[in-house]
Design a protein. Structure first.
Length: 131
């Protein structure tokens, strides 16, 4: 949910929370358990000021949000323990429901030539479209 449109940190958290609920609902409909991820992250303060117009003191202390992000590390995946308990075939089915299948991927070429792919039938895309 990034791009030219700016949302406050509270709005971005609310949208991300709705998207997580939609993903969980889609996964449940497809017979899978999905644990929603926490919506808050250390970049929250930077979201309040998306264009980097920060005062010098704050930037010196926090590095434009980079320091907080590095100190926090990668967020814990709430689905990791569940996935590790699944047999290989069930794990593959879970991942396919969440992210889709290669055969259904659509490819977009960005202005800089970079290509991104997505499956419009995946729960991630279904949720994104719903929100």
């Amino acid at each position: 949910m990034s791009g030219a449109v700016h949302f406050s940190a509270d709005q971005a958290d609310a949208l991300r929370g709705l998207e997580e609920k939609e993903i969980r609902s889609c996964m449940r409909e497809r017979g899978h358990v999905y644990r929603t991820a926490p919506v808050s992250d250390p970049r929250r303060l930077a979201a309040e000021n998306p264009y980097g117009l920060l005062d010098a003191g704050w930037a010196e202390d926090d590095g434009y949000g980079i320091t907080a992000g590095q100190l926090a590390g990668r967020p814990r995946d709430p689905n990791a323990s569940h996935l590790s308990s699944l047999p290989k075939a069930e794990r593959a089915a879970w991942e396919k429901a969440l992210l889709g299948e290669e055969k259904n991927h659509r490819t977009l070429t960005l202005p800089d030539g970079m290509e991104i792919g997505y499956d419009p039938r995946s729960c991630v895309e279904v949720a994104s479209s719903a929100v």
